[in-house]
Design a protein around this ligand. Structure first.
Ligand code: 3SK
Length: 513
C-alpha cells in the first residue's frame, strides 16, 4: 500500500475521499440517516466549534458516547481541528472516569443524554469544573453545553495541518495491574489499518453495508464502523443499545448488512437463540470475529446456517486493529489465520529468542499502525513497545501450515466476551463484601470453548453459602465494576489452596485435578 503523505489529517483525508458521494448514506442509526454531505458539514462545523470553545491543537477531549451518528461527527471533528479525542468505554463507573479525566487532562467531556448523570457524578468527584457537552436531548444543568447547535455553526475552512505521526486520538487499554493505559495513536495509524487489513483482507467496498456489534469506543469497533467503511464510501449501521441477540437480529434483517463484525460469545448466543433469522432474511457477505479465539464449532455452525464465513482475527488496542487473520475462502476454523501482509509476527521464548513451529511462545508483532506510547507510563511503554516490535501479551503456537493457534494470555489477564478482566480487580471488590474473608478469581474454559470468570470464596464465620449469596455477590461486583467483569460462577470453599509461603495456587483452582 502507498504510504500517506507527511502532512496528513485523517479526517480531512476521509472527507476528500468521499466528496463525490454527497447524496449517499454514510450512517444509519436508530433515529435516522446521515449522508456523506451532511457528515462532512457537521464534522467541519464541530471542528470550528471546538476551536471557538477555546480548545487548542493537541488538547484532549474525553468522549464517552453511545453509538449514534453524533459519535463519528465528534471523533472526526476533533481530528479535523487537531484536537485529540479520548474514546472511553460507556460502561465504566464514576471512579474510572474520574481517573481518566485527571490522567488525560481533558478539557471537555462529550457524552450522550442517557449517560449524563454518570459523567456528571464523575466530574463532581474530581472536583475540577470540566464542561460537559451533551449529544441527544437530555436535561442540561447550568453550564452544560448542547451539541446540536454546535453542529450548525459555520464550518471550519481548512483542517489542522497535522503531520502523519502527530497524535490523533487515544484509547484506554486495560492491564492486569494498575489503572487503564492511555494508548496514544497517530493519524497515520488509522490509515494503515484500512489499507492493510480492511481493503485487502475483508475486501471492503463501496457497496458494503457494515454493522459492528462491537462499539466504536473499542479499537475493534472503531475500525469496523468508522475507519473502514469511510475509507471506501460504504454505509454503516450504528446501534446505541446493548448488542443482545434480538437487537442484532433486528439490524441484520432490517438493514441487511453485508459485513457484520461480532465477538465469539455473541456468535454463540445467536446460534443458540430461537429467534435466529433464516439465511434468506439476511444479506451477509462476510463476518469478522475478534476479542477472543472463535471456537471451531461456532464458526462451522454459523457458516452452515448463513453461508457466510466468519474471519477470526487477532488485533489489539496497541496495534489499533487486526494483524493476524483468516482469509475469505481459505478459513481454517479453530485458528486465527496467518499474518496480515504489512505486519510481521514472531513467536519467542521467555528470553526473547525465536521458537520452532509447534511450540507455544509469546507473540510479538511489528507493523505501521502501532501506538506511540502509553501516556505518562514509561515503565509499561518500555515493556510493551520494544523498538520495531510490540509484545502482545498473548501466547500462540504456529502450525506447520503457517496458521496460528491461540494458547492463552502471558499475564494474569482473562479475556471474557472479548474484553479484558483483571482477576485481581474483581478479587479486590469481592473482598470488600461483608461476608467475604478471601477471594480468588480465575478463568475457566467451558465446553463450548469460551472463557468464563469463576470466583472462589472463603466466607467469614457466621455466614453460610447459598444461591442468595451467589446472586448478592454478583450484584455487588456489577454495582462496582463494568458489567462484563462479574464472576459467572461462584464456588464457596473452606480454604483456598496456597503455597507454603501463603501464595494462592490459582492453577489448582483452574484445574482441581
Ligand atoms: O481483540 C482483538 O483481537 C482486537 C481486534 C481489533 C482491534 C482491537 C482488538 C483488541
Amino acid at each position: 500500500a502507498k504510504a500517506p503523505p507527511e502532512q496528513f489529517n485523517f479526517a480531512a483525508h476521509l472527507l476528500t475521499l468521499n466528496q463525490a458521494r454527497g447524496a449517499k448514506v454514510a450512517y444509519i442509526d436508530d433515529l435516522g440517516a446521515l449522508t456523506y454531505a451532511e457528515l462532512e458539514r457537521r464534522v467541519r462545523a464541530f471542528a470550528a466549534s471546538l476551536l471557538r470553545l477555546g480548545l487548542h491543537r493537541e488538547e484532549r477531549i474525553l468522549v464517552a458516547m453511545l453509538d449514534t451518528v453524533d459519535l463519528p461527527v465528534v471523533f472526526l471533528g476533533a481530528l479535523h481541528a487537531g484536537v485529540v479525542p479520548v474514546l472511553v468505554n460507556t460502561l465504566l463507573g464514576a471512579d474510572d472516569y474520574a481517573y481518566m479525566f485527571t490522567h488525560s487532562s481533558a478539557k471537555l467531556v462529550v457524552t450522550s443524554g442517557p449517560l449524563v448523570d454518570k459523567l456528571r457524578a464523575a466530574i463532581t468527584a474530581t472536583g475540577a469544573p470540566l464542561p460537559l457537552l451533551v449529544s441527544q436531548p437530555a436535561p442540561l444543568a447550568p453550564g452544560d453545553l448542547d451539541l446540536t447547535p454546535l453542529l450548525h455553526e459555520p464550518p471550519a475552512e481548512a483542517p489542522a495541518d497535522t503531520h502523519v505521526d502527530d497524535i490523533a486520538f487515544w484509547l484506554y487499554s486495560s492491564g492486569s495491574t494498575g489503572r487503564p493505559k492511555g494508548t496514544v495513536h497517530t493519524h497515520g495509524n488509522l490509515y494503515w489499518t484500512a489499507e492493510l487489513y480492511a481493503k485487502p483482507i475483508l475486501g471492503i467496498r463501496e457497496t458494503d453495508v457494515v454493522f459492528s456489534a462491537a462499539k466504536l469506543f473499542f479499537a475493534y469497533g472503531l475500525g469496523n464502523a468508522l475507519t473502514f467503511p469511510l475509507s471506501v464510501g460504504a454505509t454503516t449501521v450504528l446501534m446505541a443499545e446493548r448488542p443482545t441477540c434480538d437487537a442484532v437480529f433486528a439490524r441484520l434483517t432490517r438493514h441487511r448488512p453485508t459485513l457484520f463484525c461480532g465477538v465469539p460469545t455473541l456468535f454463540l448466543a445467536m446460534l443458540a437463540s430461537p429467534a435466529l433469522p433464516p439465511r434468506a432474511d439476511v444479506a451477509l457477505r462476510v463476518c469478522t470475529s475478534a476479542g477472543e479465539a472463535l471456537p471451531q464449532q461456532v464458526g462451522e455452525q454459523f457458516t452452515a446456517h448463513f453461508g457466510a464465513e466468519i474471519l477470526d482475527g487477532l488485533g489489539s488496542t496497541e496495534m489499533l486493529h487486526i494483524f493476524l487473520s483468516n482469509r475469505p475462502g481459505e478459513v481454517v476454523y479453530g485458528t486465527t489465520g496467518t499474518p496480515v501482509p504489512g505486519y510481521e509476527v514472531s513467536l519467542r521464548d521467555e528470553a526473547g529468542a525465536p521458537i520452532p513451529d509447534g511450540e507455544i511462545g509469546d507473540l510479538y508483532v511489528k507493523g505501521p499502525s502501532a501506538a506511540l506510547l502509553y501516556w505518562r507510563n514509561r515503565d509499561r511503554t518500555r515493556a510493551t513497545f520494544l523498538g520495531d516490535w510490540v509484545k502482545t501479551g498473548d501466547k500462540y503456537q504456529r502450525l506447520p501450515s503457517g496458521h496460528y493457534v491461540y494458547a492463552g494470555r502471558s499475564d494474569d489477564m482473562l479475556k471474557v466476551s472479548g474484553q479484558y478482566v483483571a482477576p485481581v480487580e474483581v478479587e479486590l471488590v469481592l473482598q470488600q463484601h461483608e461476608c467475604v474473608l478471601e477471594a480468588a478469581v480465575v478463568g475457566k474454559l467451558e465446553s463450548n470453548g469460551l472463557m468464563k470468570t469463576c470466583a472462589f470464596i472463603v466466607l467469614r464465620e457466621g455466614h453460610a453459602p447459598g444461591d442468595h449469596l451467589v446472586v448478592a455477590l454478583q450484584a455487588f461486583v456489577k454495582g462496582r465494576l463494568a458489567p462484563h467483569k462479574y464472576p459467572r460462577e461462584i464456588v464457596f470453599l473452606a480454604e483456598l489452596p496456597k503455597t507454603a509461603t501463603g501464595k494462592i495456587q490459582r492453577f489448582r483452582l483452574r484445574d482441581p485435578h
